[in-house]
Design a protein around this ligand. Structure first.
Ligand code: NAD
Length: 498
């Protein structure tokens, strides 16, 4: 164990726990181990949940006004110190610094939304539903919430969930990705500075053991998960079997349909930005372009020209694209290029061995374009999660839509066209949760909710927005009668409306 070991964050302070296992955290641009992170044991998780449960009991009684004050202070501090956090993201994830700032901005949007908790936790009131009887609903925090997040957005995805959960009066135990865990502790410390009472926001680090302990702990009421589809399904099934409410967001394969009447320059810019931003490691990345035959050659040429201008390298040097998260992931992504050739696709731009503006030992793979990908190939069917953009050629709208709706995933999709009728049909007919019309990465703003369909989500509650507050609160309906001087007398009959 090195001095540079990241602890858990419990009860407002660092805590080593009793678990003896640790994991290596890399700087993927250098290919070297940058620190170690502790892995919580099942017993460690029990200690953290106990602390969170104690804090939840008083945080739920803290007034809306006081909770709002803490949320506003947290937002201000985050805004002032976002560059510190962005540097952590670039060091451990590899995404370029400007993209890291963008990630924080989209997470901060949810903090701003959560500052409106007074409005968002309001109940409803029906007066005189029966003579002298009123019915009203109130929304109460659920208690202790477990959040399990993926490596690709080490700040934004936790912010999506814990901002809303805490604003709604819950205590949180966050289990971030073990690949880039430091951002979670940084955010927890910042929240203490903002005035959040100790124990309301905790971080436990680890792997499957820590996750399983959260999924099965009787004092955890709700689980929010984001990650790959097989783990999302496992989390959903395990946690619901243990009586929890669960939202589990999974993987994706996002298609962009380019019709012949589209502005091809706009569409080519969008495909490059959404295909290679964050090295394709975004759940809303465009990984497949469905190009209609009549414009496909021209479109592929425009995309290739743009790709030639991209600089791949160290995220602190103003490059366009950084490294992949691990060496193993880089090798797996690169292996799809051999497969593409075997399956009869054309590797138009090969990202292997490109010139890098960074250390040779980093986990590099340059932007890659594969044309004429058969939909039977694993290059098409697998979520590659790297800088590999596939082009599938289609006859027209109908064939494109059929491919999109045939995909097992349904996170995001986009249509590029100048035909309003086609766009309107597309928004009605695509079996996908988030649709872009001439917008390639349609991540909804914070006051709408985020979530896909099909194997991209398990459970019916999406992230943030109105779904977020609903998920993190339990509704209670109260039927009330206050006797007034006109009441009295006995009546054992079943209560009826009068
Ligand atoms: P992952 O599924 O490997 O890990 C996600 C979390 O689950 C991590 O905290 C990890 O420690 C934990 N985990 C991993 N294996 C586990 C196991 N066997 N049992 C219990 N817990 C386990 O995902 P990742 O590689 O970190 O993230 C990339 C994936 O996340 C991609 O599939 C991407 O599409 C998806 N993602 C989806 C969304 C969305 O909104 N739908 C957003 C971001 C990322």
């Amino acid at each position: 164990m090195t001095d540079n070991t990241l602890d858990h964050w419990v009860d407002g302070a660092s805590w080593a726990g009793t678990g003896t296992r640790t994991g290596d955290v890399y700087n993927p641009a250098l290919g070297t181990v940058h620190k170690q992170v502790r892995f919580a044991s099942t017993d460690d998780v029990a200690v953290v949940v106990e602390s969170a449960a104690a804090a939840a009991a008083s945080w739920r009684d803290t007034s809306i006004a006081k909770r709002q004050t803490v949320m506003f202070a947290f937002r201000e501090l985050l805004n002032q110190r976002k560059e510190e956090l962005a540097a952590i993201l670039t060091t451990e994830h590899g995404k370029v610094f400007s993209d890291a700032l963008g990630e924080i901005a989209r997470g901060m949007e949810v903090v701003e939304f959560a500052c409106g908790l007074g409005q968002l936790t309001k109940g409803a009131y029906s007066e005189n539903v029966s003579t002298g009887i009123d019915v009203y609903t109130i929304r109460q925090p659920v208690g202790v919430v477990g959040i399990i997040s993926p490596f690709n957005f080490p700040a934004m995805v936790p912010l999506w969930f814990f901002s809303v959960a805490i604003a709604a009066g819950n205590a949180v135990v966050l289990k971030p990705s073990e690949k880039d865990p430091t951002a979670a502790n940084w955010l927890a410390e910042l929240f203490v500075e903002a005035g959040l009472p100790a124990g309301v926001f905790n971080v436990v680090h680890g792997d499957k053991e820590a996750v399983d302990a959260l999924l099965t702990h009787p004092d955890v009421s709700a689980i929010s998960f984001v990650g790959s589809t097989p783990i999302a399904q496992y989390v959903y099934e395990t946690a619901t079997a243990h009586g929890k409410r669960v939202q589990a967001l999974g993987g994706a394969k996002n298609h962009m349909l380019v019709l012949p009447d589209a502005d091809l320059d706009l569409a080519a810019d969008a495909a490059v930005n959404a295909g290679f931003g964050s090295a394709g490691e975004r759940c809303m990345a465009i990984s497949v372009v469905l190009a209609v035959d009549s414009i496909a050659d021209e479109f592929v040429a425009k995309v290739s020209e743009r790709m030639a201008t991209l600089r791949t390298g160290d995220g602190m040097r103003g490059c366009d694209m950084g490294p992949l998260i691990t060496r193993a992931h880089r090798d797996k992504v690169a292996s799809y290029l051999d497969l593409a050739a075997e399956d009869g696709a054309d590797v138009v731009v090969d990202g292997r061995g490109i010139e890098i503006d960074g250390d040779a030992n980093g986990f590099w793979l340059g932007p890659t374009l594969v044309d004429r990908v058969p939909t039977s190939s694993a290059v098409y069917t697998d979520e590659i999660f790297g800088p590999v953009l596939s082009v599938v050629r289609v006859e027209g709208y109908e064939e494109g839509l059929e491919i999109i709706n045939g995909s097992r995933y349904g996170n995001g999709t986009a249509i590029f066209t100048n035909d309003g009728g086609a766009a309107r049909r597309f928004q009605r007919e695509a079996t996908v949760g988030m649709i872009g019309i001439n917008v390639p990465i349609p991540v909804p703003v914070a006051y709408h909710s985020f979530g896909g369909w099909k194997a991209s989500i398990f459970g019916d509650a999406k992230a943030y927005g109105p779904h977020g507050f609903d998920f993190f609160t339990a509704e209670k309906a109260i039927t009330s009668r206050w006797l007034d001087p006109s009441h009295g007398g006995l009546n054992l009959g079943f209560p009826q409306h009068d």
